[in-house]
Design a binder for this molecule. Structure first.
Ligand SMILES: Cc1cc2nc3c(=O)[nH]c(=O)nc-3n(C[C@H](O)[C@H](O)[C@H](O)COP(=O)(O)OP(=O)(O)OC[C@H]3O[C@@H](n4cnc5c(N)ncnc54)[C@H](O)[C@@H]3O)c2cc1C
Ligand code: SF4
Ligand code: SF4
Ligand code: SF4
Length: 355
């Protein structure tokens, strides 16, 4: 009997649309757009929604877009990234050392979200020659308070980008630009857990976009419980509360969503009030602490003005410890601060349960 031939359909942009975008689990990271070898994808505004990847030309069926998306299978393996799987007791993923830390530079502390660890690590890596570029998220585009990717080429530029914006930044478009337009070779990327996952897929998946992934020297992951739709939070909700032009800072602390303008808290409401604006992808996401990053940084677990730091790779540990030894950062073991690791584990477990 003749064997029946199985036709395997290529996983192209149409598959990404069907499995991710139309199911409202696209997190707007920009990975698919940045790797498309023929440039036929773009992030485009869809009426009533935030930007999403859109096909604008002839697809060559290469499957690259599909394979870098943080939500498609296969997922990157911890063995490839860290050389081993997490031990059973490692509830937060592979962690070699954990600290509560803050910057020693006043100018960074003034603008940072928490302890300014992310910005200080980037400054250290620039000044010591570890990186030739940082891909971060920044404001300053045409639309008010809209985070955009920024390719940073010198440490001075980093101060403008410190702080947290709670709407999506398509940061991985910045990685594409750093490689394709600036020819950068040793890049640090700062991103939310979903964005770090896309970078690991570029580096380690069987169809990974190594052209980009191989240039990432350091993946700095942020803790992240949720992010919000820009249109709903910034364009609809916030103008009812304040003048967008005066907003200087966003934060989420102890279940409150806080917006500061002119040094005053102009919004200080329960997170429940803004929860209807949380992105669909965030309801689907189970990674709170950026479990695949080289180093993860967040506020939970540390006192106000300090950051919790989870060092996951030897490279990140060496760089963090040298940044401490050379006066960029100060730190205490996470076990010595309150509320410490227990608070991080609690939120991490909460996020894992939502699937
Ligand atoms: C959407 C979002 C949700 C978060 N939720 C939590 C949480 O629930 N619990 C918690 O403990 N921590 C959370 N964080 C992390 C926290 O807000 C701080 O980013 C972290 O503690 C680092 O502080 P820092 O002072 O070291 O960073 P800084 O030195 O201030 O640097 C912050 C870095 O974050 C980047 N950044 C800012 N906004 C974005 C964005 N939208 N997307 C990608 N990168 C961005 C900036 O480019 C900058 O490089 C969240 C961060 C984001 C972006
Ligand atoms: S050419 Fe490749 S990366 Fe671009 S849309 Fe088609 S399948 Fe995706
Ligand atoms: S999550 Fe990222 S890679 Fe996936 S479809 Fe959305 S923008 Fe593209
Ligand atoms: S909650 Fe998950 S999907 Fe949403 S922004 Fe954070 S990491 Fe991305």
């Amino acid at each position: 009997m003749a064997a029946t031939k199985q036709v395997v359909k290529p996983k192209i942009f149409g598959s990404l649309l069907a499995e991710v975008v139309r199911k409202d689990i696209c997190c707007g990271c920009g990975a698919c757009v940045s790797v498309c070898p023929v440039g036929v994808l773009t992030m485009k505004k869809v009426s009533g929604k935030d930007e999403q990847p859109t096909l604008i030309g002839k697809c060559i069926l290469c499957e690259y877009c599909y394979n870098q998306c943080p939500w498609t299978e296969p997922q990157p393996s911890e063995v490839n990234i860290f050389g081993r799987s997490r031990f059973e007791k490692e509830e937060l993923g592979v962690v070699l050392a954990s600290y509560s830390a803050r910057s020693k530079r006043e100018e960074i502390l003034k603008v940072a979200s928490d302890g300014g660890v992310v910005t200080s690590l980037l400054v250290y890596m620039f000044e010591k020659g570890f990186i030739d570029c940082a891909v971060v998220s920044c404001l300053g585009g045409k639309e008010p308070l809209k985070p955009e990717p920024r390719v940073v080429l010198s440490p001075d530029e980093l101060l403008e980008c410190a702080g947290t914006r709670y709407t999506v930044s398509p940061t991985l478009l910045g990685l594409g630009s750093a490689v394709d337009e600036y020819g950068k070779e040793r890049i640090a990327v700062v991103g939310t857990p979903c964005q770090i996952r896309a970078i690991r897929k570029m580096q380690y998946s069987p169809h990974g976009a190594l052209k980009y992934g191989s240039k990432v020297f350091m993946a700095i992951g942020l803790f992240c419980m949720e992010s919000f739709y820009y249109d709903k939070l910034i364009k609809e909700y916030l103008p009812q509360k304040t003048d967008l032009g005066k907003v200087s800072r966003f934060s989420i602390r102890k279940g409150k969503f806080i917006v500061e303008a002119d040094g005053q808290k102009v919004v200080n409401v329960s997170l429940d009030e803004v929860r209807p604006y949380v992105r669909g992808s965030c309801h689907h996401c189970t990674d709170f602490t950026s479990e695949l990053a080289d180093v993860s940084v967040g506020s939970v677990g540390s006192p106000d003005g300090w950051s919790t730091v989870l060092l996951r790779t030897e490279k990140a540990r060496r760089i963090f410890e040298d940044a401490v030894n050379t006066g960029y950062l100060e730190c205490k073991p996470l076990e010595q601060v309150k509320p410490g690791k227990v608070a991080v584990v609690k939120l991490s477990n909460l996020k894992k349960q939502q699937k």
